[in-house]
Ligand binder design. Structure first.
Ligand code: GDP
Ligand code: MN
Length: 386
């Protein structure tokens, strides 16, 4: 789960990193009230899960109430690379002397946490990594001992931090590491980590991704993330424990096993179709689960045809067939379904489907043939509409 900047900053604050005081708001009036409360100058910041907000006009300084109102009005509703701004973070503006960069993430190939630091902050770090890699310090921490203060001092020194803030930067790195480890984050990034004219080291931005697999250890995470912008179908799927990702196309997809679903998306695309979702019904899908999945797929109104691609291993094809029949009885879908059943109990599954004679359901023998057919069906139903 990715956190909005202000949520990341709250975690930073909890672990002793310096951040500015502020308020999260969703209306212009609340933004103005918050600005008056934190005191001018303030920064009005779009809370969206995408970087480069500053360049897109989503981060503005306001010296007084009029400016705060103007910026809040302009930024609320602002579309930043497809992310509509629904929440603003209003914080007391900081004076900036220098902008650094700091992050902690998991380096899977090294099987260790990777701590990165650069004095080239405030800009795209990928660009720094590419053009001036010597300016990006990388340090693999020992996952058993964590990041020590001595190591952090060495990172800050090697990175060329100003001599008088080495200590402050090191403390920030240790705190950031603590955020990463204790909050079960997969990424904790500060860009920029600023030095103020008073030589205070402070996180001006926060990018934090939390590891969803650790959710059971963190009941306090409830309500975090960008719930205002979350897709309602994805939210519902999450509640039901189904892995569903909404996509832009019009062909609903259900498969069992992430790998099979991924290749189903590819095969559909290969035949010129556009998948409407990723849905992994998982192994051992029983009839009730299948019905639930069909309901999720059909709640996306872009769906013009549905492809079931089941390879029965643990999953029994007869169970899937029964689930589909139950779903049809209940939901009475108006779009065509192409069903490929292969593997455990496939013959039985196909017989069940045939006997049920569901309207608009086509059995396919191969994955490729199924994809071809579903693409044709989606195209013809789109054609009829226009
Ligand atoms: P991003 O563009 O999404 O990375 O958003 P940031 O939070 O990093 O803000 C972008 C830029 O706005 C920063 O690099 C700063 O230069 C500037 N900025 C943000 N907050 C302040 C502030 O409190 N004071 C000043 N002077 N500039 C700020
Ligand atoms: Mn930033």
């Amino acid at each position: 789960m990715d956190l909005l900047e202000y949520q990341g900053k709250q975690l930073f604050g909890k672990h002793g990193l310096a951040v500015s005081d502020g308020k999260a708001v969703t209306t212009v009036e609340d933004a103005v009230a918050a600005a008056n409360e934190v005191g001018y100058p303030v920064v009005v910041k779009a809370q969206v899960l995408i970087g480069g907000r500053g360049k897109a006009g989503g981060v503005k300084l306001a010296a007084n109430e009029d400016e705060a109102r103007e910026h809040a009005t302009n930024i609320l509703g602002l579309d930043i690379k497809g992310h509509v701004t629904r929440t603003l973070w209003i914080e007391h503006a900081s004076d900036i002397d220098t902008e650094y960069y700091a992050s902690v993430l998991l380096d899977r190939s090294a099987k260790k946490p990777l701590v990165m630091f650069s004095t080239e902050g405030g800009i795209d770090i990928e660009e720094v990594a590419e053009k001036t890699p010597e300016k990006l310090i990388k340090f693999h921490a020992d996952p058993l001992t964590g990041l020590t203060k001595e190591e952090a001092i060495k990172i800050a020194t090697d990175g060329g931090a100003d001599a008088d803030v080495i200590e402050g930067v090191a403390d920030a790195l240790v705190a950031l590491y603590e955020v990463w480890i204790e909050e079960d984050a997969s990424l904790a990034e500060i860009n920029p980590l600023i030095v103020t004219p008073d030589r205070e080291v402070k996180a001006l931005d926060a990018k934090v991704s939390l590891d969803d697999n650790a959710e059971f250890r963190h009941p306090e995470r409830e309500g975090l993330g960008d719930s205002a912008n979350a897709d309602p179908i994805e939210e519902k799927a999450k509640e039901q424990g189904v892995v569903y990702v909404k996509l832009d196309g019009n062909i609903g997809i259900l498969g069992n096993g992430a790998g099979l679903v991924m290749s189903t998306l590819d095969v559909v695309a290969q035949h010129g179709g556009e998948p409407a979702n990723f849905l992994d019904a998982g192994g051992g899908s029983d009839a009730a689960k299948v019905k639930q999945a069909v309901e999720l797929i059909l709640s996306n109104e872009n769906v013009k045809a549905v492809l079931f691609n089941i390879f029965g291993g643990i999953t029994r094809c007869n169970e899937v067939a029964n689930g589909l029949i139950a779903a049809f009885e209940d939901l009475k879908p108006e779009v065509p379904f192409v069903v490929r059943l292969d593997g455990t109990n496939d013959v039985q599954g196909r017989e069940i489907l045939e006997a049920a004679a569901l309207p608009n359901v086509y059995a396919a023998k191969t994955m490729d043939g199924a994809a071809e057919q579903v693409v044709a069906l989606a195209q013809s139903s789109t054609g009829q509409e226009n």
